[in-house]
Design a protein around this ligand. Sequence first.
Ligand code: AMP
Ligand code: MG
Length: 408
Amino acid sequence: MGFDTSGLLPLSDALQGMLEQLACSCDSEQLPLPEALGRVLASDIASPLAVPPFDNSAMDGYAVRLADLTAGTPLIMAGKAFAGQPYQGEWPAGHCVRIMTGAPVPAGTDAVVMQEETQADGDRITFLAQPEPGQNIRRAGSDIGKGACVLPAGTRLTPREMPLLASLGVATVPVRRPLKVAIFSTGDELKPVGTPLAHGDIYDSNRYGVRAMLARMGCNCLDLGIIPDDPAQLRAAFIRADEEADVLITTGGVSVGEADFTKQLLDELGEIGFWKLAIKPGKPFAFGRLPRAWFFGLPGNPVSAMVTFDQLVQPALAKLAGQRFERPLQLQAIAAEPLKKSPGRLDFQRGIMSQGPNGLEVRSTGSQDSAVFSSLSRANCYIVLERERGRVAAGETVTVEPFGGLLL
Ligand code: AMP
Ligand code: MG
């Protein structure tokens, strides 16, 4: 992996290095459609039907044969076709059929004329404009052909896929078992919410962020709580997580000073690399294998923990879960104010983007210190500043990455 002269590992190299080692290990099961929400498809879904299954009307109006239409001459209404109640019987020459949206068009229909383009005088219907052949007819199979792949393996099922699968009559779907992820926070100073703080203590916030992001990803979480900086307790927690979960994610204890401690333990238990990433926030990061589970060690600083999870751990978990993953769009915006930056690391500053008079603009949330958590909560995007870039002047173009599904 490409450590450069600064000793810092570029984010893209870290990501690639991880993804190369990971493969999906979750077996699959067949679930009823409503229970499959949030799960990842284990195989392609081919359509058992054509959609729509028959030619039908896109409008409320009249089904006509073009040969029957002579300008100005009315057609007699022969009968009606409703959704679920097709027109039955003969369709004599010189007649039209009243038809509602979704109703099958009678055999021989050339076009459907919307009601607004007609005049009715009893059952005599006058057509105000000459219809185009095929207008307002939804053809069988025009949305989805029978046998076509509608959703590829790896798709995470959201509310957008549910009606699609139901429209195909799919009652059960092959999905992957959710990834089981153990988490714990490390640090003698950490206390759980709901307990008093002694001098020098702080509340453990990372675990709540990590849990929430895991929930968004559809992972099952085994929360092992707070583990003090004590080798015996840490060792026991690592071993338990390895026995019970596919993945272990910890926060804290990977920075210089503490790393040796965790490193010693992890060297003994597995193969873990301690990296210094060329990103800000989030420099220290650990990744590797325990005997059974994969391990991700996030930095303790709350913003660093969230950003490294979002940028590095999320794609890695997606791969382990068998999920196709695409990073959110990156857009160009105008810096509405100067942004502090020193060259050397890729910055993920917290920004607030909005629509300005000259297009998308972005300002900083204020202090970008990795311990300032309120800046993340006020932000709606990252301002992604290239590694070699220095201070940004107001008016310069910068890249923004709107917060995606994980952080919104
Ligand atoms: P560490 O990586 O353990 O050296 O921690 C770096 C900084 O992050 C220290 O100020 C810790 O107190 C803080 N920190 C570590 N873990 C957490 C946590 N779970 N919640 C909030 N702050 C934390
Ligand atoms: Mg610590």
